[in-house]
Design a protein around this ligand. Structure first.
Ligand SMILES: Cc1cc2nc3c(=O)[nH]c(=O)nc-3n(C[C@H](O)[C@H](O)[C@H](O)COP(=O)(O)OP(=O)(O)OC[C@H]3O[C@@H](n4cnc5c(N)ncnc54)[C@H](O)[C@@H]3O)c2cc1C
Length: 511
């Protein structure tokens, strides 16, 4: 193994949709507000006025307008569709007004991209085989996405354009949830279509990342997964886009006798799949169970404090998920009085029975023990039941790994020394606590921080940049699902904010 050293302005960890979006912006594509489109009523008049009255790209108001900052802070809490990052919610509404009700909303986008002369030298390093992050690997079942195709679009080359290219003559129904393989191919093709391939290092892993002793740059060691070759990268800024889905929470060790069984002969003729989990992956496992299998579904049920994400699925847009949510709710309400036990006992079950007649839900129950072919469960009402199981599918959560950050850097970000993993909540309080801090960019290139409330609207221009909390520590930014908004459609706002900050600094450093 040999090593080489390269210097860039910014290194991005991860090559998922958020990293690709950031790279597009850092390659010199600036977002501009299009206030000329009809249907003005779809855009909040304050926002319309704010963006249309500011000349230049949208980076200007996003970074320097105290009025926008105040607007977001005030509107966020009362917005029922609030995202964790107000800027993400805003850019989602601008890029596709009324997306939840109008699948053609992208055609009403208020954002246009123009290539300007300035590109920031940067590298996007992703461990997946090709660009696309968690979309780069397609499961065997090649399941369909949760979102409609256009909701997965990135700037500059949309999912519809991809579809027209690879399926010529086939019209993309806006209400289609595409197969994962199509999305994987779309994100893998994206860099070459928008001309950013040079900045992407796919199949490379960031092994370690630390602040250098001068404090002004970061030293990053990356490894080519194929050759093992190491490269040392020196970067002025870091953007964490490594996501929160790369690792699955392992199954409860109680289940090992079933998972490790050697015999393939069941004592029971009945085929039963045990599915554990209350999210979309568990729902997919339930919905794709073969129709000659009964389904036993164990899930957490706390609609007030921790509702299942299926709750947000509308009957018309997502009939399967909405239907399953209904079954789960019935099971929870009936306190695990099995809703379809009569059917479960029916040995002559037809192969084509609908899910409702093959499904048994147990909310908030506890696994007690397992033998190779059965499990003992305590229901929420305290009853102990035994079920024969043919197959087990556990989907109790995923997490990202951030062990590549040095312990000093993790401490700087407010994390415990032993925190090597990340969920959507990991950086939440850090982001919230830094919402009101603005960076002062001095003409000599030095950086300082100030509180936004100390500034007047006139002062909050040029030298002061808002990062909306996404700068976790000086020079360390965060985007994508790590911010807390997991859907691709919500990635744009944080990418615009971070790209604008990086670009502002780059202009000063390189002048
Ligand atoms: C099963 C499932 C289905 C989903 N369906 C949808 C959907 O239909 N619609 C939707 O909008 N969202 C969906 N999501 C949410 C998903 O978060 C987003 O689609 C999106 O992928 C998030 O993008 P990201 O850029 O944050 O990171 P990711 O796509 O998670 O990519 C991050 C990448 O960084 C890599 N990485 C981690 N550490 C390192 C390192 N040290 N060095 C280099 N690379 C590293 C990871 O391996 C990963 O490839 C789904 C999620 C899951 C788990």
């Amino acid at each position: 193994m040999s090593s080489a050293v390269i210097a860039v302005d910014t290194l991005v960890v991860g090559s998922g949709p958020s990293a690709l979006t950031l790279s597009y912006l850092l390659n010199g594509y600036e977002p501009y507000y299009d206030g000329e489109l009809e249907g003005e009523e779809k855009i909040d008049p304050i926002i319309h006025e704010l963006f249309s009255s500011t000349p230049g790209s949208m980076f200007g108001p996003v970074l320097h307008s105290r009025a926008l900052h105040t607007y977001l802070a005030n509107s966020h809490s009362s917005d029922p569709a609030a995202t964790t990052c107000a800027m993400n919610g805003l850019f989602d509404r601008l890029a596709a007004p009324n997306f939840d009700f109008d699948p053609n909303a992208r055609s009403q986008s208020r954002i246009r991209y123009k290539k300007t002369g300035i590109s920031v030298p940067h590298l996007v390093v992703g461990s997946s085989l090709c660009s696309g992050g968690q979309w780069a690997c397609v499961d065997e079942a090649n399941s369909r996405t949760l979102s409609y195709g256009e909701m997965l679009s990135l700037p500059g080359f949309s999912f519809s354009e991809f579809h027209a290219l690879v399926h010529p003559g086939v019209i993309l129904d806006p209400c289609t949830r595409p197969p994962r393989s199509d999305v994987s191919a779309y994100y893998s093709m994206y860099p070459s279509r928008v001309g950013i391939s040079d900045t992407i290092r796919a199949n490379h892993t960031v092994l370690s990342l630390r602040r250098s002793s001068s404090g002004k740059t970061f030293t990053v060691i990356i490894q080519d997964n194929h050759s093992g070759r190491l490269t040392v990268v020196s970067a002025r800024n870091i953007t964490l886009a490594s996501g929160i889905f790369s690792h699955s929470v392992p199954p409860d060790p109680i289940l090992h006798p079933v998972l490790d069984r050697t015999s393939s002969r069941s004592a029971s003729q009945e085929k039963l799949t045990l599915v554990i989990g209350s999210g979309f992956s568990a729902a997919d496992a339930v919905l794709t169970c073969p129709s000659d299998h009964k389904v036993l579904h164990l899930f957490k049920w706390d609609p007030r404090l921790k509702p299942s994400p299926l709750r947000g699925c509308h009957q018309e847009s997502y009939p399967e998920y909405a239907g399953l949510y209904k079954l789960m709710r019935q099971a929870a309400i009936k306190n695990n009085t099995p809703t379809c036990r009569a059917c479960l006992k029916d040995k002559h079950m037809s192969r084509e029975l609908p899910l409702s007649s093959r499904y048994e839900g147990m909310a908030n129950s506890t696994l007690l023990s397992a033998s190779p072919w059965s499990v003992h469960i305590r229901t929420s009402s305290g009853k102990i039941v035994e079920r024969y199981v043919t197959e087990i599918k556990t989907h109790v959560g995923r997490f990202g790994v951030i062990s590549y950050l040095s312990s000093e850097l993790r401490a700087e970000l407010g994390l415990d020394p032993g925190q090597f993993w990340a969920s959507r909540h990991t950086f939440r309080s850090r982001i919230d606590s830094r919402l009101n801090r603005w960076t002062v960019l001095r003409k000599d290139g030095s950086l300082d921080e100030t509180y936004v409330l100390d500034l007047t609207e006139r002062e909050s221009s040029d030298l002061f940049s808002a990062s909306h909390g996404l700068e976790l520590a000086p020079g360390v930014f965060v985007i994508g699902s790590l911010v807390g908004d997991t859907l691709v459609r919500y990635t744009l706002g944080s990418c615009v904010t971070v790209a604008g900050n990086i670009l502002d600094r780059y202009k000063i450093y390189s002048s």
